[in-house]
Design a protein. Structure first.
Length: 196
C-alpha cells in the first residue's frame, strides 16, 4: 500500500504542477504539427524531457531548489520556441512548395529530428520549475524515488493523451500560430520575472 501512495504522490504532484504546461503545450503542438506522426514524435521528445527532469531532480534534489537564474533559462527557451514557430510558419513553409520531391523527403527526415528536439525543449522549458517540486518529493531512498518517479511519468503520459486529442480541436482555430507565438512570449516574460 505504501508503494501505491508514493505513486499517487508523484501522480498528483505532476498533475498539479503540469496543468498550466498542458494548456501551453496543446496549442504549440497544434501550431507545429499537422500529421499524426509529427504529433507522436513531438510527444516522444516531451517524454524524454520528463525523464531528464526527473533524473535532474533525483541527482540534484538539494541543489535544484536554490539553482540561480532557472527562470531566465526557462524564459529564454520559451522565446526560442516562439521564434522557431514564427520562422517555421512564416518563412520556411512558404518555400516548401518550390522544393523538389527528393528535397521534400530529406526535409521530412530532418523535420522528425526537429519535432523531437522541439518537443524535448518545450517540455524542459515549461517543466524546469516543476523539477523543484519533484526534488522536494524525491528526498527519500532510491527505491522510493523510483516509485514516485513512476507516478510522475504516469501523470505525464495522461497529460500527453490530453494534449494529443485536444490539439486536433486546436488545429481548427484560425491564426493559431500567431496566438501561440504571442502566448509563448507572454509566458516567457511571466516566467522570466518570476510572476509564475
Amino acid at each position: 500500500m505504501g508503494g501505491a501512495l508514493l505513486i499517487l504522490e508523484g501522480f498528483i504532484a505532476k498533475i498539479i504542477t503540469g496543468l498550466d504546461d498542458t494548456l501551453t503545450h496543446t496549442p504549440i503542438i497544434a501550431s507545429i504539427t499537422k500529421k499524426r506522426l509529427g504529433k507522436i514524435v513531438f510527444l516522444i521528445g516531451m517524454f524524454f524531457s520528463i525523464l531528464t527532469l526527473i533524473l535532474i531532480a533525483i541527482l540534484f534534489a538539494d541543489f535544484l531548489a536554490i539553482f540561480p537564474y532557472k527562470n531566465l533559462i526557462a524564459a529564454g527557451l520559451l522565446f526560442l520556441i516562439a521564434l522557431y514557430i514564427y520562422l517555421d510558419r512564416f518563412v520556411y513553409r512558404k518555400k516548401e512548395r518550390y522544393l523538389k520531391r527528393k528535397e521534400k523527403e530529406a526535409k521530412g527526415k530532418i523535420r522528425i529530428i526537429e519535432l523531437f528536439t522541439l518537443g524535448y525543449i518545450t517540455f524542459f522549458a515549461t517543466g524546469i520549475d516543476d523539477a523543484v517540486v519533484y526534488s522536494s518529493l524525491l528526498l527519500k531512498s532510491l527505491s522510493h524515488q523510483l516509485i514516485i518517479a513512476s507516478g510522475i511519468i504516469l501523470a505525464a503520459l495522461f497529460e500527453f493523451i490530453i494534449i494529443f486529442n485536444f490539439s486536433k480541436l486546436v488545429n481548427k482555430i484560425k491564426y493559431k500560430e500567431i496566438i501561440t507565438i504571442i502566448g509563448l512570449v507572454i509566458l516567457a516574460i511571466l516566467v522570466g520575472f518570476q510572476i509564475i
